[in-house]
Design a protein around this ligand. Structure first.
Ligand SMILES: Nc1nc2c(c(=O)[nH]1)N[C@H]1C(S)=C(S)[C@@H](COP(=O)(O)OP(=O)(O)OC[C@H]3O[C@@H](n4cnc5c(=O)[nH]c(N)nc54)[C@H](O)[C@@H]3O)O[C@H]1N2
Ligand SMILES: Nc1nc2c(c(=O)[nH]1)N[C@H]1C(S)=C(S)[C@@H](COP(=O)(O)OP(=O)(O)OC[C@H]3O[C@@H](n4cnc5c(=O)[nH]c(N)nc54)[C@H](O)[C@@H]3O)O[C@H]1N2
Ligand code: SF4
Ligand SMILES: [Mo]
Length: 901
């Protein structure tokens, strides 16, 4: 394992969040924490970090960490167990189930947050040695449609372009991407291009987002209609002779068929407008912009991938780039934005159930090649089950043992209640995790294996532009946590495969992975890093970020793909793919008149096991919400700031209502980040339909038919506590980390006196209290010394006391007498005004402070920055600053999400 530098120097590593793959400099503080800054020498970010990356230092605490192997004992409780016993148990149970029911009865479910080396070893064990391809990954929910679309068009899963193209394009088209929040550092690069070179930007999304704030053209398409839009574009380009006939003839096949199909879907500007819900002017403007701008990059993400026609959407986009030859050229390419830090690495090792390692497929020659390279005794010969089908098979009892590594499927799978129930049926559920508890662990793990986390683990990840970067350890391994690859290797050894899994280091695994990529390759496969197959341990330790392909004998890695054809199909020609007519898999009807769209917020990462630890990240949007268009709000009787119950055929959630004209009529939007671990009723995956794309198997997470109804609570308020609390079962609650402890935003209908007794049961009898039960107000606090230990503020909806101010008093530690008196009044005292919900996470600048500055004359984000510093570090909040300026004087405000203001 990598030793930690005793001199506590800065270690250069890579951010563990999104696929931008920013370089990070981490300087350990010697007591388990680290100072974090952007690495100026990393080509992905050149020193910049977004709010999540900047807050990494706040997420290194060990409080919630799984530090020892645990096993479920007969009483149902989890007990610590020695590593060797845990590994023996896992190997024995897997071997037993395989012997009894065959290799199809076991499965691995992996993650794009594993390192390439972990992923490689897991895939090798399952596909090569256990003999099943039932190894799939959360990338199925994320990148599968892009993978399938790439493979259909290019013959391989290739991202042709580079980040530099975003600096050099004249037109940037973002389709189904909220990059301002989800790929913030790349988004800032695009904005810099706009400012410096005047590049224009088109944003295609059913809802307005912070990404659309800077768009020259916003296309608020009907959900699922992207295929029609890009089919219409292809027809327009062909009919106006704006295509590259030479490129099409020399390097591609299938153009005529694709055009015929595109014409049937959207044969004119008018037909495109009808199919997409856009105006003809907007459609025409978009078509003209695309046609007139050779340097165009089309970036796409989950609005494209996560749909039941996701693969066709991808190909409809690729068709337009192939038809104009705008691919793999400087400033001109299609560009799939990857989600997770190692979404690309996972694809490189063949982590998906329908791929083999090193971008090989389940064809007889590839199977044979991988078998010989691995000396695999029992290689899988056909594709395994894709995530949704895998969990269905678990639910039917066909898969009996599952090993989950680095993902939280009880939250993130569609129809998440069904997924969670399926987990409960397993004979063996093994989970390799960083955290002691999450919803998947809670669904009945039999064995928990403690994996090293970011900052401790060491290996490689690949970002959206095919750049392989090192994650390096800068902290010592805590407790008995071990690298994921080591854990898998130890189980493999106990299964009798010691010779093939005797790895001494991540570097050794990387060398094998690199060698396989070039094994009998000779240019036939895109993924080839043969030049790295003999890298020394020292070379691996010092490896700079490097693009692939990097073939044996290359001095420099090559850069872009396909500008001169040379695709990875049998005839080396790219393929136009004729898409099916775009239809959503589900229909709305009287009982489910709306469509539920789901996605991300700026400062949280997925199920919040890490970002949820940071007070500053929790301050931007602290509670789960449902965004509704004002007309729908009026129709269904929903007031901004009230609660609503959202129901689908699959589940139900209760969420805070945000009324916003940024939402399309007939659509709802909810963030995906809350789970049972941090909220009472906001696990949004339980609402999502499990329908999948026929080519990619990716679920349609953004268009589930839903209904909404007001849900009323008499009381609202919050609890602040130094330690985790179990809230009463009847309460609605959502948890956020705050400075000094935890905050619970709550709402309830139960009697206030009951809350008073509950508080006594968790905080003791010695309370300072203010109660006006008749008026519906109860406030109380317990103290340790002069500092608040626990406090509860409840009042009539929206009048519980100021959460912002009480949070500050809670964080402050010992309080002076007047502060103590002021506390229960719930009102601001002199010198302590509430700053509102935090907009700038880096400097903790609140909305009220910003609005005051705007009222006092600040007219641009730069002026606000000068005055308050807001927006001057990572820049993630600049779109919101601009929106606040634009909205000054109007009511609409997405940030209006405080429970108790
Ligand atoms: N802050 C933050 N950043 C992240 C993550 C995170 O959890 N938090 N996760 C990372 C991961 S793994 C991923 S995959 C990426 C995802 O990054 P994005 O794909 O940018 O994020 P989403 O919010 O899932 O969805 C993007 C947009 O698709 C739109 N959309 C929905 N339906 C349609 C449609 O039919 N057509 C079009 N054109 N658009 C549609 C939604 O309204 C939404 O605004 O983000 C990565 N970055
Ligand atoms: N409705 C809806 N559902 C979605 C989406 C959506 O837009 N809408 N998006 C989908 C997408 S794109 C994605 S990527 C998924 C993400 O969904 P998940 O992968 O389920 O979410 P995470 O919270 O990232 O889960 C990662 C888990 O791995 C643990 N972990 C982190 N690092 C390591 C490590 O190095 N080793 C091990 N062993 N464990 C580790 C963390 O503690 C955490 O519990 O959600 C998908 N689900
Ligand atoms: S953009 Fe933010 S989350 Fe993504 S890699 Fe960079 S710092 Fe990390
Ligand atoms: Mo993702």
């Amino acid at each position: 394992m990598t030793a930690v530098d005793p001199a506590l120097k800065a270690t250069s590593t890579t951010c563990p969040y999104c696929g931008v793959g920013c370089g990070v400099l981490a300087t350990p503080d010697g007591s388990g924490g680290a100072a974090i800054s952007g690495d100026p020498s990393h080509p992905a970010n050149l020193g910049r970090l977004c709010s999540k990356g900047s807050a990494l230092g706040e997420t290194l605490g060990l409080e919630d960490r799984l530090l020892y192997p645990m096993i479920r004992c007969s009483s149902g409780a989890m007990e610590q167990i020695a590593w060797s016993d845990a590994l023996d148990h896992v190997a024995h149970r897997f071997a037993h189930i395989v012997a009894r029911d065959g290799p199809g009865a076991v499965a691995f479910y992996l993650s794009g947050q594993l390192l390439t080396e972990d992923y490689y070893v897991a895939n090798k064990l399952m596909k090569g040695f256990i003999g099943s391809a039932n190894v799939d990954t959360n990338s199925r929910l994320c990148m599968a449609s892009s993978v399938a679309g790439h493979r259909r068009a290019f013959g391989a899963d290739t991202v042709p372009g580079l980040y530099e193209d975003l600096d050099q394009a004249d037109l940037l088209i973002l389709v189904g991407s909220n990059a301002a929040w989800c790929h913030p550092v790349l988004y800032q690069r695009m904005i810099a291009n706009k400012q410096r070179r005047g590049a224009r930007m088109v944003v295609i999304d059913p809802r307005k987002t912070d990404t659309s704030e800077d768009a020259d053209l916003f296309l608020g398409v009907k959900p699922g209609s992207d295929t029609a839009l890009f089919s219409g574009l292809l027809v327009y380009l062909a009919d106006n002779e704006l295509i590259d006939r030479d490129y099409i003839a020399r390097y591609t096949a299938g153009f005529d068929e694709a055009l015929v199909r595109a014409r049937a879907i959207a044969g004119s500007v008018a037909a495109t407008a009808l199919a997409t819900g856009l105006s003809e002017q907007d459609v025409a403007a978009f078509f003209q912009m695309f046609a007139a701008t050779p340097r165009v990059v089309t970036l796409y993400s989950q609005g494209v991938n996560q749909s039941a026609q996701g693969t066709d959407k991808v190909n409809a986009i690729l068709n337009c780039h192939l038809a104009t030859g705008r691919i793999g050229k400087i400033g001109a390419s299609p560009f799939s934005l990857t989600g997770q830090p190692n979404a690309m690495g996972g694809r490189e090792v063949g982590g998906l159930a329908n791929q083999l390692a090193a971008h090989m497929n389940f064809t007889p020659p590839d199977i044979d090649r991988v078998r010989r390279f691995w000396k695999a005794p029992r290689i899988a010969t056909h594709e395994g089950l894709k995530a949704v089908q895998m969990f269905e098979a678990i639910g039917r009892g066909e898969i009996k043992a599952l090993w989950v590594m680095g993902t939280n499927p009880a939250v993130s799978l569609p129809d998440a209640d069904a997924a969670r129930d399926a987990l409960k049926k397993l004979e063996l559920l093994v989970i390799s995790e960083n955290v002691l508890s999450n919803d998947t662990v809670g669904a009945g793990a039999h064995v928990l294996l403690p994996a090293l986390a970011w900052g401790e683990k060491s290996g490689t990840v690949t970002n959206s532009e095919r750049r392989i970067s090192r994650q390096r350890a800068f902290l010592a391994a805590p407790g008995e946590a071990r690298p994921d690859w080591w854990i898998i290797g130890e189980v493999a050894k106990r299964l009798g495969f010691g010779a093939a899994f005797d790895y001494k280091s991540a570097a050794a695994i990387f060398r094998e992975h690199a060698a396989l990529s070039s094994f009998e390759n000779n240019g036939s496969r895109d993924f080839d890093i043969g030049a790295l197959s003999s890298v020394s341990d020292e070379g691996f330790d010092g490896m700079s970020p490097i693009l692939w392909p990097f073939r044996f004998g290359d001095i420099e890695p090559s850069e872009r793909f396909f500008s001169g054809g040379d695709f990875f199909t049998n005839d080396r020609k790219g393929r136009f793919v004729a898409p099916e007519r775009p239809v959503l898999r589900t229909e709305t009807h009287e009982g489910r008149p709306l469509r539920l769209n789901t996605g991300r917020i700026r400062d949280q990462w997925h199920t919040m096991t890490r970002t949820g630890m940071s007070p500053r990240l929790g301050a931007h949007l602290p509670e789960p919400f449902i965004e509704v268009h004002p007309d729908d709000a009026a129709r269904y009787g929903l007031a901004d700031g009230s609660f609503a119950r959202v129901t689908t055929d699959h589940g139900q959630c209760t969420l805070r209502v945000v009324v916003s004209p940024r939402q399309q009529r007939g659509m709802l939007f909810a963030p995906i980040h809350w789970s049972e671990a941090n909220s009472s009723s906001a696990r949004v995956g339980s609402l999502v339909a499990p329908f999948t794309d026929p080519f990619s198997g990716q679920p349609e997470a953004k268009a589930t038919p839903a209904s909404i109804a007001p849900y009323e609570y008499v009381f609202c308020g919050f609890v602040l506590s130094r330690k985790p609390l179990k809230l009463p079962d009847h309460a609605w609650w959502a948890r956020a980390t705050v400075n000094g402890g935890l905050g619970y935003l709550i709402a309830d209908n139960a009697d206030l006196k009951g809350w008073s007794s509950w508080l006594r049961s968790v905080a003791g009898e010695e309370l300072a209290e203010y109660s006006d039960f008749g008026g519906g107000v109860y406030r109380a606090a317990s103290f340790a010394g002069d500092a608040i230990e626990t406090c509860l503020f409840l009042g009539p909806a929206r009048d519980a006391g100021d959460w912002g101010i009480v949070k500050e008093l809670f964080a402050a530690g010992p309080l002076a007498d007047d502060q103590r008196r002021m506390l229960l009044s719930g009102k601001p005292a002199q010198g302590l005004a509430s700053t509102g919900p935090v907009v700038c996470a880096c400097f903790g600048v609140g909305r009220t402070t910003i609005c005051d500055a705007i009222a006092a004359g600040s007219r641009s984000a730069a002026e606000i920055g000068l005055k308050l510093k807001a927006g001057t570090n990572c820049g993630s909040c600049i779109p919101e600053l601009k929106r606040l300026i634009a909205q000054s004087g109007t009511d609409h405000d997405h940030g209006k999400l405080v429970a108790a203001s």
